[in-house]
Ligand binder design. Structure first.
Ligand SMILES: CC(=O)SCCNC(=O)CCNC(=O)[C@H](O)C(C)(C)COP(=O)(O)OP(=O)(O)OC[C@H]1O[C@@H](n2cnc3c(N)ncnc32)[C@H](O)[C@@H]1OP(=O)(O)O
Ligand SMILES: CC(C)C(=O)C(=O)O
Length: 617
């Protein structure tokens, strides 16, 4: 073995120098003399057999073990998701555990393709009672365990190797004896786990398993599950993989053995251990949904399954309503799932930061474009999306939350919100203009700005000017433009269809250049007024500055004129003061009335010029 040494030893403050680092008190798990290891060159190409131990290892680790109702909800969920091997409890642990197994059997609640299993220690009375719990079951597995590691042999059991092996052997005999007596007609499976396998001498684990197999006598149609737990995860995952490959090479009767693994997560590498264990020859994985379980948990079945899915391997488990799964798991365990939990956490499909949002927005645009070109739904195309390893829709999420806005966000994110939530595709220059408004707000307030709030900011900034006293008035299918610019009055009336051209021409005379009119059309536009089918963004050059306005309407012409009107009004308000020339007191015009404004004349500083109050602007 080649060792890697980065030479970064440090002295920890607070410890006497003579004590050195606490690292001196620990030692790594010895590496395995494997020769040429094969697992690094392997790939996972199909799903293993899964066993959920939520109702056993998961349940035994809870402060409040599941009530019968919570157990039932978990069982139903596991069945619905497609788990076919379910460890339903430790029947001798409590009356509740025993009763739950009885309820499943007597209530005929176990689907034909589901096999329940129960765990028991290698103790006579406990085995008898455990077997009793299964009476009447059409099929079931008894799972026997005893600790085999040197520490446990010495400290917990006070046994030598032979005594330890004998415990496993006697336990297996007792399972067979009581099953013969009580479980006639049951298709009985048997599983044995050398607990603390990862800390047990490899050849001793093998010796115990061989002795157990000598008793059970696996053969065609009589499999044995040998399950190898990292009861307390202590090694790097590659060391665990070496251990599994070593066993895979050395176990006898290999065809009749289902080589199973049961990783825990004490080092935070439970998933890596499981995956490398599979590369090394494991055929079955035991774990819990969202990684519940003793201490730092059992390996997370959700992460493992979806890791496979995102490699193009069908896990054989239904994750299509992952939020529903999470809610049930949270209810059953009375524990919340961390918002950063892979695949299932609240925040794992969400980007707050600008460059991530920009890339995601471009990714969605590219996907839509490719779908349009190919003439197929975007959901049928390969998923290639910056920063999102999984299509949120594949686990029942929507695209709405993939971007959320705060002070870390940029134009791409704001544009995404406007398009995904409100169906409005802002032109790039308008994105740049608008993000300043949003950023000012985010800086002023801190925290997140919701999609609705962003829309309100947009309307207030670019659309609501159209509601102010205006220079353009629409009456029926005619338009009237009534502007005073540089003291000259321009008035045009005409057909609506001609209006944009006429307005452009009119405004150009006064150095208002309507440069471009961009539009978003389509039934999906979630404009404020539900009837709106078009949103138009007008880019105008006024007094040497680019000013944007927007308008929404059922009718594109009307929306376009509204957009120009907003832009001109904004220009008036932002760059050049106003001279009101209409009605005493400057009252708002009625529908159909034209207001006369001069976009170049000086604007009085007094409040009440018609601009809506905008806190914080
Ligand atoms: C890694 C795992 O997750 S293993 C599963 C662990 N799960 C549980 O323990 C939950 C259910 N357990 C229980 O409810 C209880 O421990 C019971 C009912 C099984 C036993 O309770 P008690 O009889 O009071 O025993 P308790 O658990 O305190 O003592 C353990 C005894 O069993 C022995 N023991 C522990 N594990 C095993 C085993 N696998 N096989 C045989 N004996 C064992 C211990 O050496 C100890 O023996 P001692 O009393 O001679 O020192
Ligand atoms: C009983 C065994 C499989 C166990 O739960 C463990 O070792 O973690």
């Amino acid at each position: 073995m080649t060792t890697v040494n980065f030479g970064n030893a440090v002295h920890l403050a607070g410890r006497p120098e003579s004590a050195g680092s606490p690292a001196a008190r620990y030692h790594p798990v010895p590496s395995v003399a494997l020769g040429r290891r094969l697992w690094p060159d392997n790939a996972i190409t199909s799903a293993p057999r899964w066993l959920s131990t939520d109702l056993r290892d998961g349940n035994q680790s809870l402060a409040n073990p599941m009530t019968p109702d919570r157990k039932m909800a978990m069982f139903d969920l596991l069945v619905r998701m497609g788990y076919r091997e379910i460890e339903v409890g430790f029947p001798v642990a409590s009356q509740d555990d025993f009763a739950f197994v009885r309820r499943l059997i007597e209530g005929d609640l176990i689907p034909d393709d589901v096999r329940i299993s129960v765990l028991v220690q290698a103790r006579d009375e406990l085995i008898r009672r455990t077997v009793e719990s299964l009476e009447g079951a059409p099929r079931a597995t008894i799972h026997l365990y005893n600790a085999t590691s040197p520490l446990f042999r010495r400290v917990v059991f006070g046994m030598n190797r032979d005594e330890c092996k004998d415990l496993a052997v006697q336990g297996t005999r007792l399972v067979m004896k009581y099953a013969d007596k009580l479980l006639g007609g049951c298709d009985l499976g048997f599983e044995y786990s050398p607990e603390l396998f990862n800390d047990t001498e490899l050849e001793f684990s093998l010796e115990v398993c061989e002795a157990v197999m000598d008793v059970w006598r696996p053969a065609a149609g009589r499999e044995i599950i040998l399950n190898f737990p990292t009861t307390v995860e202590r090694s790097l995952p590659n060391v665990f993989a070496d251990q599994i490959e070593w066993l895979n090479r050395h176990l006898s009767r290999r065809r009749h053995v289902c080589l199973s693994i049961h990783p825990h997560n004490d080092r935070g590498t439970g998933v890596a251990s499981a995956e490398m264990g599979l590369l090394a020859g494991a055929q079955r994985v035991e774990g819990c949904l969202f990684g519940n379980g003793e201490r730092a948990g059992n390996v997370c079945l959700v992460t493992l399954g979806l890791n496979m899915l995102t490699h193009g391997v069908d896990p054989g488990i239904d994750f299509s309503d992952l939020d529903g799964v999470r809610r049930t798991v949270e209810y059953c365990n009375e524990l919340t799932v961390h918002p950063r939990h892979p695949y299932g956490g609240d925040l794992v499909y969400t980007a707050f930061s600008g460059s991530h949002q920009d890339a995601i927005k471009k990714g969605f645009d590219a996907l839509e474009h490719a779908a349009g070109e190919a003439g197929i739904p975007a959901g049928d195309l390969p998923w290639e999306m910056p920063y999102l390893p999984l299509d949120p829709r594949d686990v029942g999420r929507t695209y709405e939350a993939v971007v959320r806005i705060n002070s870390q966000s940029g134009k791409g994110g704001v544009a995404y919100i406007m398009s995904a939530w409100h169906g409005m595709h802002l032109p790039r220059e308008l994105q740049i203009d608008f993000v300043r408004v949003v950023q000012e707000r985010a800086d002023a307030e801190g925290g997140e700005i919701t999609a609705d709030r962003i829309r309100a900011l947009f309307d207030r900034e670019y659309v609501e000017y159209a509601l102010l006293p205006i220079p353009l008035v629409f009456t029926g299918d005619r338009v009237t433009v009534d502007l005073h610019i540089d003291g000259e009055r321009f008035d045009v009336g005409g057909a609506r269809s001609e209006s944009m051209r006429r307005v452009r021409g009119a405004l150009a005379r006064w150095d208002v250049d309507v440069r471009a009119v961009h539009r978003t059309t389509g039934a999906h536009i979630a404009a404020r007024d539900e009837d709106a089918r078009a949103v138009v963004y007008a880019e105008c050059r006024v007094n040497g500055r680019t000013i944007w306005g927007a308008g929404a309407d059922r009718d594109v012409e009307t929306a376009s004129l509204s957009a120009v009107r907003s832009a001109v009004t904004r220009a008036r308000l932002e760059a050049a003061p106003v001279t009101r020339q209409r009605g005493a007191g400057g009252a708002s015009p009625q529908v159909g009335e034209a207001e006369v404004i001069d976009i170049r004349a000086p604007r009085p500083a007094a409040p009440g010029d018609g601009r809506p109050a905008m806190a914080g602007r």
